[in-house]
Design a protein around this ligand. Structure first.
Ligand code: ADP
Length: 590
């Protein structure tokens, strides 16, 4: 009763509070009358009380249905005429129940309490009550399905409480009495209001009805204080009375502090909740945008690649003296520039296509046992011409035979990217050395932790460099040892402060408008994703500008093939898998 009244007074104008208040009061009054029914032996009074209880039960179910209908907001609009009919029937049946013997015929006093003999129209009461109860449960289930998030949770707990309350009441106050003609177990129905209170209380604590949380605390505090106050008057001696008074004063002060802190905490949590919700919303929106962006890039680069390849192909034909004739040396010069740009464009488009395939998890990776030594030798052969142009010598001392478990194409791409960069970023004639060794996995872990730690301690902007496009599960290092491949050059080197940023998407050191070394800033980003798809790590080191660079990546040994397959089985396939896009032959020459 107190609980209901307090809810009502918190927000008198709110219909939900009003109906909840009335509903709680009706439960309380019903319980009081039920209690009274057990307190008297006078048959006439017993009869009147039991008839009143029938009316109270109708009233209770009616208010309950009303509450459910508007909590936390109305969902179904009931035509006014139906509302009138229901109200009219309820009042009519209540009057009939109180004033006539049609519903409760007589009451006999048994040793467990009073027993009701039902009248001829008892079934009308039963039907009316059942219809409303079923409607209440139906509407809660409907709301549970329709509503989302917080409202869904609120509805869920109320649904549990009310369903239990109604079902137990239907069993003990209707089915059992009708079948056995005995109301002995009726009180179990009444007791089931406890379930209702427990679930509503739980709903209050669990969901955002924080106002009500304060109310629960207040109610408990008031009850404790009242009990303590009553105890003062039952004291045997004055000193006991004084002691109890002092105790009461302390408890009242404590209650005051407690309520204050609960209110403050709730206010804080409410604010926090609002902020969390806003953030979650914004985050969801960003993810959606990010997905759209990736899809767009994927589609756009796919569509761009065909015309760009055509432009590039025809330009190459025009520049080939055997195929076409252009006499003006100026025109040839311009055509050369256009051709170079077309090649760059093709490279950029392919890189973007690959990035989007990797980020969407749609890159086709077909692993098998691979001779790493073989792949390196092959790749060096392909890059030789390019290296010679820049007076670079690629040295690979393949003293050992290294076997890994991976996708030949992708491993090749990794090496092409790293050795290609070494060639691209070397000005003076020099050597590019490729070294392979195996080291304990802990050593790779340690190095990686250092690299990652340095980035995490750095500016927020640089943290992009450790955000991986690859599923976390796949990134695990597998096996006790790892194969390390070092690509060491004597080129322009990298300033130390740039090292953590190298693997960021689109990151290029220095002024990338310098035509000297053209690039997209995507190569290392793709390289890292490819290495991680092979359960490896990649990092860079350099003594500084002008002092060369070393890029190192790890690959698993071929012996751990089984573990890798098991690990990869855990990551679901996204479907529509695509191979690594490659630039056309001419573009690759760049
Ligand atoms: P791109 O080469 O297309 O610009 P990458 O992602 O391959 O993009 O490389 C990113 C940047 O890292 C390059 O722009 C360059 O500044 C730097 N870099 C990469 N490899 C080397 C290297 N071997 N020596 C010096 N700088 C390098």
């Amino acid at each position: 009763m107190l609980f209901g009244l307090r809810v009502y007074f918190v927000d008198k104008n709110n219909q939900i509070n009003k109906i909840f208040g009335l509903f709680s009061a009706s439960v309380a009054i019903w319980l009081i009358f039920d209690f009274l029914a057990y307190q008297t032996n006078l048959a006439d009074i017993q009869l009147l009380i039991n008839r009143l209880i029938i009316a109270l039960v109708l009233n209770f179910i009616f208010l309950l249905t009303w509450f459910v209908d508007i909590f936390p907001r109305p969902l179904i609009k009931i035509p006014k005429i139906i509302k009138y009919i229901v109200c009219f029937s309820l009042i009519l049946v209540s009057i009939v129940a109180i004033l006539t013997n049609r519903i409760v015929k007589s009451v006999s006093i048994e040793d467990w309490g009073s027993n009701i003999t039902t009248g001829k129209l008892f079934y009308i009461f039963a039907i009316l009550a059942t219809i409303m109860a079923v409607y209440a449960i139906f509407i809660l289930i409907y709301k549970f399905i329709k509503f989302k998030d917080l409202e869904k949770k609120q509805v869920k707990y109320v649904l549990y409480g009310i369903s239990l309350l109604l079902i137990l009441n239907a069993i003990f106050n209707m089915i059992v009495p009708v079948l056995t003609n005995n109301f002995e177990f009726g009180r179990f129905g009444t007791y089931s209001t406890i379930f209702f209170i427990v679930f509503i209380a739980y709903a209050i604590l669990k969901t955002r009805l924080f106002n009500l949380k304060v109310i629960v605390t207040e109610t408990a505090v008031v009850i404790i204080n009242v009990i303590l106050a009553v105890q003062i008057f039952t004291s045997q001696t004055i000193s006991e009375g004084l002691l109890r008074t002092l105790f009461l004063v302390l408890v009242i002060y404590g209650s005051y502090l407690l309520l204050g802190s609960v209110k403050r905490e709730i206010k804080f949590r409410e604010e926090l909740q609002v902020m969390t919700e806003q953030l979650a919303h914004a985050n969801g929106h960003l993810k959606e945008l990010d997905k759209m962006k990736t899809e767009f890039v994927s589609l756009a680069s796919h569509e761009l690649l065909t015309p760009v390849s055509a432009i590039e192909g025809y330009l190459s034909m025009m520049l080939d003296e055997k195929l076409a004739r252009i006499d003006d040396p100026k025109a040839i010069h311009y055509m050369d520039r256009v051709y170079a740009s077309a090649k760059r464009l093709a490279r950029l488009v392919t890189d973007m296509l690959n990035v989007s395939r990797i980020e969407e998890g749609r890159l086709l990776v077909e692993k098998k046992e691979v001779s790493l030594t073989g792949v390196i030798t092959q790749t060096i052969d392909e890059l030789k011409f390019k290296a010679e142009e820049k007076k670079q010598k690629i040295i690979f001392a393949n003293a050992n035979h290294w076997e890994t478990f991976g996708d030949t194409d992708k491993i090749k791409e990794i090496i092409i990217n790293l050795v290609g960069n070494s060639i691209k970023y070397s000005k003076e004639p020099g050597e590019i050395q490729i070294l392979v060794e195996t080291v304990p996995t802990e050593q790779v872990n340690e190095t990686w932790n250092k690299v990652e730690g340095a980035i995490k301690d750095g500016p927020l902007d640089d943290q992009e460099a450790i955000k991986s496009a690859v599923d976390e599960k796949l990134k695990r290092l597998v096996g006790p040892r790892q194969i390390l491949v070092h690509v060491k050059d004597q080129g322009i080197g990298i300033p130390r402060e740039e090292l953590p940023r190298l693997f960021k998407k689109f990151h290029r050191v220095g002024d990338y408008t310098t035509a000297e070394s053209q690039g997209t800033g995507l190569g290392l980003y793709i390289t890292r994703a490819l290495v991680e798809l092979h359960h490896g790590r990649v990092w860079a080191d350099s003594e500084g500008q002008g002092r060369g660079s070393v890029f190192t990546f790890s690959l698993p040994e071929a012996t751990v093939q089984k573990e890798i397959q098991e690990l990869e089985a855990q990551v679901p396939n996204k479907g529509d898998m695509k191979p690594l896009a490659r630039p056309t032959k001419q573009a690759e020459e760049l």
